[in-house]
Design a protein around this ligand. Structure first.
Ligand SMILES: Nc1ncnc2c1ncn2[C@@H]1O[C@H](COP(=O)(O)OP(=O)(O)OP(=O)(O)O)[C@@H](O)[C@H]1O
Length: 440
């Protein structure tokens, strides 16, 4: 091997065109080991330094992009802050590019701007405020704010119409306003069903905001059941007598409402006598659709503020729930009706209900309940959802049972209800209880 070969082998970089290197090599002897070391140092130090520098620059750029994105998200209302508004049938809403959601541009963050931007979507529902002539009474405080009974002009002065106004409590922030409008549009999305409380319109062009609902004048079923215990025969055309047949009749209507929700991939989440309104002909209407709205917007129920004794095991265990959880609660509703509004599991403290059910214990048959009805209740209280009937299957069972049901014997419970006591045993906040009962 000659010198030139060995030099090419030992010092391959010598062929490179870097001027500093060439000069260095020219100053070196062929056998100068120090030059080889210096050359290798060049290879070992400069190239990695170059690569590390590139890497650091890239890292810096990525970090900068990441922080910029974070900052933008903090300025923008987060997904949980935006009331997802149901897909509207109003094409102009979709054409506005909202895709069923109220997506605010960054600058439009004030309530006024927001209302201005969203009113067109709700214009079809808008009720002129002058038409709402007189607030007759405050019924209660609902989850969003006070609920009033008011009189609405129909155009014919001799025929004012009584309506329910659900107001958004004030002061309200952007989040509450978005949520309230979402609820209004949810009602609109649901459409009409004779066993759901009907939306008549809304006042949403400025604060205060109102949802206008049909007035189901006789109020909630629980108050009705309690009144049936009293020596009251009839009031405003409503007969305060309940037979087994009527229990099935009311139950069937609730199931029709649940079937309607199920068809829309929803469930109610709080089926109970307190959330059913009745008319004088015993038409039942499901109200309290706040949780169904949550199911609609989030796919699930996040808040667990529902009285525990009405909840299915999967709800108590905070597992995903669906319409079969409503079926469980429907069983409790049957119990409520047949006992004229007794609190469920009277011997079990509300906080012990899960342990009670985990021991596979269910309520005993009330003395006023037929075996047929108790069998239906028991089918609702099967631990596993799959074992419970669907609302439709239940309705068919009720329709079969009603044919042989007693239409004569009036259900009777001699003890009157003390609302405070009831609230404690049922695990309900007394202030959420009942306005129609106490005024009698
Ligand atoms: N359309 C109506 N007709 C008569 N009374 C009503 C009507 N809507 C509500 N109420 C009365 O107001 C009470 C509370 O109603 P509801 O549960 O719908 O309100 P909420 O607290 O706003 O519930 P949610 O947030 O679940 O919609 C009912 O129990 C009933 O007494």
């Amino acid at each position: 091997m000659d010198d030139s070969e060995s030099r090419e082998e030992d010092i391959p970089v010598a062929m490179g065109d870097e001027r500093g290197m060439t000069r260095m090599l020219l100053e070196c002897g062929l056998n100068d080991k120090l030059c080889v070391i210096q050359e290798k140092q060049y290879e070992v130090i400069i190239v990695p330094t170059f690569l590390v520098t590139i890497f650091l620059i890239l890292l810096g750029v990525i970090l900068w992009l990441f922080m910029r994105e974070q900052r933008t998200q903090q300025q923008r209302p987060g997904p949980q802050d935006i009331a997802p508004v149901p897909p509207s049938r109003d094409l102009s809403w979709e054409a506005a590019g909202c895709g069923g959601n109220v997506a605010l541009p960054l600058k439009e963050t004030s309530v006024e701007n927001f209302l201005g931007a969203t009113t067109p979507a709700l214009a079809k529902l808008e009720v002129p405020r002058e038409q709402l002539s007189e607030v007759l009474e405050q019924i209660c405080n609902g989850s969003c704010g006070p609920i009033f009974r008011a009189s609405m002009n129909t155009g014919d002065p001799s025929k004012p119409k009584s309506v329910i106004l659900k107001a958004l409590k004030e002061p309200a922030g952007l989040h509450e306003v978005q949520d309230f409008l979402g609820r209004v549009q949810f009602h609109q999305y649901l459409g009409k069903h004779k066993n759901l409380v009907q939306l008549e319109g809304c006042c949403t062009e400025k604060l205060p905001l109102y949802m206008v609902l049909e007035d189901v004048a006789h109020g909630d079923l629980l108050s009705f059941l309690w009144t049936c215990r009293r020596d009251v025969m009839t009031m405003d055309g409503l007969l305060y007598d309940l037979t087994e047949k009527q229990v099935y009749h009311i139950g069937k209507q609730v199931l029709l409402a649940l079937e309607f929700l199920q068809d829309k991939h929803l469930f109610h989440g709080d089926v109970a006598a307190r959330n059913i309104l009745i008319q004088s002909d015993l038409t039942a209407k499901l109200c309290g659709l706040g949780l169904a709205y949550e199911v609609y917007t989030r796919g699930t129920i996040s808040s667990q503020t529902i009285p525990l004794k009405w909840l299915a095991p999967e709800r108590l265990l905070l597992r995903p729930a669906g319409i079969k959880a409503d079926v469980w609660s429907f069983g409790i509703l049957l119990y409520e009706m047949v006992t004229l509004g007794a609190p469920p599991y009277p011997e079990v403290p509300p906080t012990s209900i899960l342990q009670h059910l985990q021991r596979r214990k269910i309520m005993k048959r009330p003395s006023s309940c037929t075996h047929t009805m108790y069998n239906i209740m028991k089918s609702c209280w099967r631990w596993h959802e799959a074992g419970r009937p669907s609302p439709r299957e239940l309705r068919l069972r009720l329709e079969a049972a009603v044919r042989t049901a007693d239409d004569k014997a009036v259900l009777q419970v001699p003890e009157l209800v003390v609302p405070e006591l009831y609230a404690a045993v049922a695990g309900i906040r007394v202030e959420t209880l009942f306005y129609n009962y106490s005024i009698l």
